[in-house]
Design a protein around this ligand. Structure first.
Ligand SMILES: Cc1cc2nc3c(=O)[nH]c(=O)nc-3n(C[C@H](O)[C@H](O)[C@H](O)COP(=O)(O)OP(=O)(O)OC[C@H]3O[C@@H](n4cnc5c(N)ncnc54)[C@H](O)[C@@H]3O)c2cc1C
Length: 469
């Protein structure tokens, strides 16, 4: 006899859109890094907003917790159900709500369903001669709803901002099954509070995003993409300042990679070039037009003591893609290399050099065998500051985290930084949020959650730890 809950899910979504066999649900019940594993009565793949509304109403009535899920690429367990949770949990995955709704060329805007992958949206815009600048290494799998719910950043934030800055409007199903309809394409709308901002970065705890309208941009005519060595973060930032003065807002990406990360990298991939000796490398991209003179850029680099003999300037789209591939594969290489204590931190640019110098010395004292892999979006003050232990299993890394995380996060907070620059809080940082967030802000966020989702229907245990924890 079929379970009555499953029967109801079949009724709402159709039997083909419900998975309940644990072998088939497995990829959806653990996170990308395989650190968290939870249980779910089923994974459902609704095809319409109406089906989502019915699912939400049904779960509310049955007190079944809902885990909204996109591409499941969260790095903090945000889309993974809890293990050992008293209530049943249902994963609602948006992958079958994946249509492009409309493109308004005059308005430079695009409306899409939340289950579109980021790459699908980029390619659609590009096929119409327009540009959607959000760009992440996970873009082939992550979905627009997940991007919005995590306020995703990526490599073009320096010029274009995070997804929050690219969003004109959105639509979401709330905990009572009603639809918050803010799917506007307006660039100006001062009719009191901008409620879409509540959903952006809410990590599936306030509602299910079903649609969004984004700004589009003219396609950049061309790029100059280059990789060069720097001796310190300070030198890199001095150069960034010079580039921004010369090229104004056209410096769109400024990524940093520590030499140690390249050393890990070369265990897994062949390089087409020698790894340079410098402690850090920068991958920089400038949007250029016909006025661009490469000699002027090279002179500017030389004036800032960059070793041109160890620099690579992409001379074709293929070489540009090669440089970006090097950068984008770092998280994949790290995953292959093993577990590490990972920190997605941001600081004012002026504080970065001092933080890395002083904090890395402290961590090395705590664990002399530890290794660093540091890379990230330097131009945005965002580092992926990772400290690993060769061959460690996940339990050993949890112990390492107990030791190092307080030291990292305290050093971040005293310098005016953030413990989560772009990846969110999920279940891995909820205790740290409670500890380091301004208490008035934390209480206000709790009150908003209580108001919008009084029975903790959406993504329990994420952002806010469960009361019994
Ligand atoms: C290799 C790699 C590189 C990455 N690089 C970056 C990077 O450069 N910048 C960056 O910001 N992140 C990066 N990430 C993290 C991740 O890809 C992003 O956070 C992404 O935005 C998550 O999208 P997703 O669809 O996979 O969401 P999921 O992982 O499925 O979910 C993430 C959160 O969003 C919620 N959610 C998902 N869909 C919805 C919806 N429709 N409505 C409401 N809530 C929803 C979930 O409940 C969860 O809380 C990277 C991850 C990987 C694996």
């Amino acid at each position: 006899m079929t379970n009555p809950i499953l029967n109801q899910l079949y009724q709402i979504c159709g039997q083909d859109n419900v998975l309940d066999n644990p072998q088939l649900t497995d990829p959806y019940t653990h996170d990308w890094r395989k650190r968290y594993h939870g249980s779910a009565i089923a994974v459902v793949f609704p095809e319409t907003q109406l089906q989502i509304q019915e699912l939400v109403r049904f779960c509310q009535a049955q007190q079944i917790a809902i885990i909204p899920q996109g591409g499941n690429t969260s790095t903090c367990g945000a889309a993974t159900p809890l293990s050992d949770y008293a209530r049943a949990q249902l994963i609602i995955n948006l992958q079958r709500i994946n249509q492009i709704i409309s493109l308004d060329r005059d308005n430079y805007s695009l409306t899409v369903e939340a289950g579109c992958t980021l790459q699908q949206v980029q390619e659609y815009a590009s096929a119409h001669g327009l540009y959607f600048p959000l760009s992440l290494a996970s873009q082939g799998s992550c979905q627009i709803g997940g991007n919005l719910a995590t306020n995703a950043g990526g490599v073009q934030v320096l010029k274009y901002g995070m997804i929050r800055d690219l969003t004109l409007g959105l639509r979401a199903v709330l905990a009572n099954g009603e639809v918050l309809d803010g799917l506007t394409a307006l660039r100006k709308d001062n009719t009191y509070l901008d409620l879409k901002q509540l959903l952006i970065g809410s990590e599936g705890t306030l509602g299910i995003i079903t649609h969004a309208t984004f700004k589009l941009f003219p396609m950049p005519p061309a790029y100059c993409t280059l990789m060069f060595p720097v001796s310190s973060i300070a030198q890199a930032l001095q150069l960034l300042q010079a580039l921004k003065t010369y090229y104004t807002n056209n410096v769109s990406a400024f990524e940093i990679i520590k030499r140690d990360s390249w050393q890990i990298y070369q265990n897994y991939f062949d390089f087409k070039h020698e790894i340079c000796d410098a402690p850090w490398s920068i991958i920089c991209e400038i949007e250029i037009n016909n006025d661009f003179v490469l000699e002027n850029l090279l002179t500017l680099l030389e004036q800032n003591e960059i070793d041109l003999s160890q620099s690579i300037v992409a001379s074709s789209e293929q070489e540009r893609q090669y440089l970006w591939q090097l950068r984008e594969q770092i998280p994949l290489v790290e995953k292959q290399h093993g577990y590490a204590a990972k920190h997605d931190i941001s600081l004012p640019l002026s504080q970065l050099e001092d933080f890395v110098a002083s904090n890395s010395t402290k961590l090395k004292k705590l664990e002399p065998c530890g290794y660093f892999s540091i890379f990230g979006h330097l131009g945005d003050g965002n580092l992926h500051y990772n400290f690993g232990l060769a061959g460690a299993d996940s339990q050993q890394i949890r112990e390492l985290e107990q030791l190092v995380n307080p030291v990292v996060y305290k050093d971040i907070i005293v310098r005016g930084g953030s413990i989560s620059a772009e990846h969110g809080i999920g279940q891995s940082k909820n205790h740290w949020l409670q500890q380091f967030c301004d208490p008035v802000s934390y209480q206000l966020m709790q009150q908003l959650k209580q108001q919008l989702d009084p029975h903790n229907l959406f993504n329990p245990g994420k952002i806010f730890a469960l009361p019994q924890d």
